[in-house]
Design a protein around this ligand. Structure first.
Ligand code: WTA
Length: 639
């Protein structure tokens, strides 16, 4: 058992307490969540706790309660006398560049921008697209939307203009908030406003664009359409009453990739989400009042929403937000920031650890990390080598690692160790959090009750942070998560449960890739490849990649008469980067005269996956293929 520095003050001090509370949370879930819901301030306390039916995908929590998320992240701490506490530490791309905002200062900025939005006629329920890099105005814009009840939809700053366009149009966003250009590592002038310009040229919904000046990059500002953030803020009042929201009013929408079709707009509502993100943040990271907490994720993903902004700020935490990358100016940047701000809790992803581990220990050891008490991991399974390195080198064997399993859809962490009590097993996300009842199902949808078990990971009950619907398409919500196994939320992940009841996530069982902790749908990438003029057909599978965890392997068939060459290969790679974004970078392309298909024309991805993984002795039955000779060809020219 790891010696945990904070064991005396830990929120959950013993395994007995965990087991007791866990049992209560499952047995009398409503009573449990009723108590927990008191941790936030309600304008009207809820009497109804849950109203859930997985058979129709109806999920409601605290539905007669009234609340405002920004009030809970700001005003109430000031009212309680903590206005001068630092809420946000922003660390810029360059090591000498930072800013701090106290709770009072943050409320002032948020209120001003909320008033700017109001003065431009943005109202409760309107959708606002935020397309920014990691600058403080991103957090301010989110909380300003929450303050007036507008629904924010953040598009990760690396997404291309095509992806941005789809997301804006799907929601009919009235405004876009962006910055002139972005700065990350050695990259300066990442086009942000220019990308927005491309999108809104023919947009039927966007009426206005707000632009933060981050660099001196020259951009075109259109009169009466584009507005500088700083100019608007200059004349805005710093008082803005928070809108009274019903608990089930939407707070935000965030797109995520699924196994089929276009990305889904995952919708989270207000009361349940804020209760769940706040509770999990405090308990799982064992947050204590003076801790400095840093999550390295980008706010453009769910991890940033829940564990940079809403969770920490609703807990009156000091949260660090970093604009840059792990390897700039060198591979020691993370550890330098930990020393500089005396970070106590550090939450990152295995892909970053793998990239840093490769560069040797000297980059870590150069900096003082004695402030650290707890380390966290998210995005994919943290495997033994990086777990050991994180534990021994980064944490000097003093910090437990919480391997947190969750999803965009779950709003917050569902399976994770608790720092002071869980005996860790590297590679296992360990035990369910309070109120979460995971099960392992077999292919028929039957629960495997005994241990050990291996199969599909589903959740048997609801929790307040669960997504409520796919924006504009409730049927898709039902079909994706509740139709396969009636009465369960199906996660799309496979898992094992060992003899001690620990969960080990084995990865996606659907056609979703996890590239550097980013979710990418195979259908999305195939669609983008299909836009390249010479392509007849394409199929994507993942393969093990040293740094990214999973790399992208593309099988491509060209139009009759076209011969593959380097130019076409580059063209395809660039096309996908252009349509989706640079994080969707194809690692290997194999040209082929055809793809393995059943007689009914369905691509047998199983075979393609085996070839990409070099598991050639294990191809299974190929006799059902329309043309089995294709397989020989694919093996022969394997990349
Ligand atoms: C994977 C990120 C193993 C999983 C918060 C899940 C993990 C998908 C872990 C969700 C973990 C996330 N161990 N796998 N600790 N955390 N995953 O929506 O496959 O970007 O379904 O949410 O990431 O990715 P998403």
């Amino acid at each position: 058992m790891i010696k945990y520095k904070n064991i005396k003050n830990a929120h959950i001090k013993s395994d007995l307490i965990y087991r007791d509370l866990y049992e209560t949370s499952i047995k009398d879930s409503d009573l449990f969540w009723k108590k927990i819901s008191n941790r936030v301030d309600w304008f009207m306390k809820p009497k109804k706790i849950s109203d859930v039916d997985f058979k129709t995908a109806k999920i409601k929590w605290f539905q007669d309660g009234q609340i405002n998320a920004s009030y809970n992240c700001l005003d109430r701490h000031i009212n309680n006398g903590y206005g001068d506490k630092v809420a946000l530490i922003w660390e810029g791309n360059n090591p000498d560049h930072d800013k701090k905002f106290t709770y009072k200062q943050l409320l002032c900025e948020v209120s001003k921008f909320a008033n700017v939005l109001k003065s431009h006629n943005i109202k409760k329920g309107d959708r606002v697209c935020i397309y920014m890099q990691m600058i403080p105005e991103l957090t301010i814009a989110m909380l300003a939307c929450a303050r007036i009840g507008a629904i924010h939809s953040i598009v990760f700053g690396a997404f291309s203009s095509d992806s941005l366009r789809d997301r804006i149009n799907d929601l009919n966003c009235k405004v876009v908030i962006t910055q002139d250009s972005g700065v990350r590592g050695t990259k300066i002038d990442i086009p942000m406003k220019c990308n927005v310009d491309k999108v809104i040229k023919n947009s039927e919904c966007v009426q206005k664009v707000f632009v933060v000046k981050r660099t001196d990059f020259k951009i075109h500002m259109k009169n009466q359409f584009d507005f500088w953030w700083h100019k608007e803020m200059n004349c805005a009042s710093n008082i803005c009453e928070p809108e009274i929201m019903n608990s089930e009013d939407p707070l935000f929408i965030l797109y995520t990739s699924g196994s089929t079709g276009t990305p889904k707009g995952v919708l989270h509502t207000t009361g349940g989400y804020i209760v769940y993100s706040s509770y999990t943040h405090e308990i799982i990271f064992d947050y204590q009042p003076d801790d400095i907490y840093w999550c390295t994720a980008d706010i453009g993903w769910i991890t940033g929403h829940s564990y940079i902004v809403y969770g920490p700020l609703s807990n009156r935490a000091t949260t660090v937000m970093y604009e840059g990358v792990p390897n700039y100016p060198d591979f020691g940047r993370f550890w330098q920031i930990i020393q500089k701000h005396k970070v106590n809790i550090f939450y990152t992803a295995p892909t970053a650890l793998r990239a840093l581990m490769k560069e040797g220990n000297a980059y870590v050891e150069k900096w003082d990390r004695s402030s650290l008490k707890l380390l966290g991991s998210v995005g994919e399974t943290i495997k033994k080598p990086e777990w050991e390195w994180y534990y021994k080198i980064v944490g000097e064997e003093k910090c437990p690692i919480v391997d947190t399993w969750w999803q965009t859809e779950t709003g917050g962490i569902l399976i994770s160790p608790l720092a002071a009590t869980t005996k860790l097993k590297p590679g296992s996300a360990t035990k369910p959090f309070f109120g979460i009842n995971p099960v392992i199902l077999n292919e028929k949808g039957e629960e495997i009750k005994e241990n050990p078990a291996e199969g599909l990971l589903a959740i048997k009950n609801s929790w307040p942070g669960q997504m409520r619907t796919v924006y504009g398409n409730h049927d898709r919500f039902f079909d994706t998560y509740f139709s396969q196994f009636s009465g369960y939320y199906f996660t799309g992940d496979g898992a094992k449960r060992d003899k001690d009841g620990y969960y080990w996530i084995t990865g996606r069982v659907d056609d979703v890739l996890n590239v550097s902790g980013h979710r990418l749908g195979t259908a999305e990438i195939e669609g983008a490849i299909g836009q390249y003029k010479d392509v007849a057909e394409a199929a994507i599978v993942g393969f093990p990649h040293e740094i990214k965890g999973e790399g992208i392997y593309a099988y491509v068939t060209l139009m009759t008469g076209i011969k593959p060459n380097l130019k076409i290969e580059e063209g395809i790679i660039n096309k996908v980067r252009e349509v989706i974004g640079p994080h969707a970078n194809i690692d290997k392309i194999q040209f082929s005269i055809g793809l393995p298909k059943t007689r009914s024309g369905k691509i047998m991805r199983r075979i393609l996956r085996k070839i990409a993984h070099n598991k050639l002795n294990d191809l299974g039955d190929i006799s059902t293929l329309a043309d089995p000779t294709i397989v020989e060809q694919l093996i022969k020219y394997r990349k």
